[in-house]
Design a protein around this ligand. Sequence first.
Ligand code: ATP
Length: 205
Amino acid sequence: MYKVGITGGIGSGKTTACKVFEVLGIPVFYADTVAKEIMCKDAVLVAGIKEAFGSESYFEDGKLNNKHIAGIVFNNETALKQLNALVHPAVFRAFDAWEASIPQTTPYTLKEAALLFESGSYKMCDTTILVTAPYEIKLKRVMQRDGVSAEQVKARMDKQLSDEEKSKLANHFIVNDEQQSIIEQVLALHQQFLKAAEGLKSINI
Ligand code: ATP
């Protein structure tokens, strides 16, 4: 099945864009949400995290001790890489299982991931979309949505590749600057993906 990866910086509006695709009937795999879920459910992953970061990584009820993990990886690049090396393959496995459950009549699927490019998972997509928005707008959105300070948002933004870097790897763009219609941009892309998916199907027949 034709696969579209969608990403964007924090507060760019990638989830908002995905909701529009969902209205059009396109199934969306939210990689970051799934990652959080499987960190408590995937036995291989849980064992790997405990081995790498200690048994205190989980509470007695099996819930992830976010504070403990964040405390280790927030300012430690090696530990963050180690965590990602455990989580990303588990998310890839979950994506494959999810995709296998999608009806064959579905024209294409969307995979939303904040680290689509950083994790290398864009290589498993047929095409990619980068959602962009001006810096000040992203900052304002996340402060309002999460009730956090500008400094806290900036610290999170610093951990991600810049839009300039990401745009070198992206095939399509959605500009979510509150000036241009996100719905019209999604509709235009949807038409392109339907055609591309049809083309892929005829090659595979
Ligand atoms: P994150 O990476 O932090 O999950 P995201 O890229 O998925 O962010 P969204 O959650 O879609 O971004 O949007 C961030 C916030 O901005 C949300 O509260 C959303 O409702 C709001 N928002 C997004 N796009 C617009 C828009 N065009 N107009 C007004 N508000 C918007």
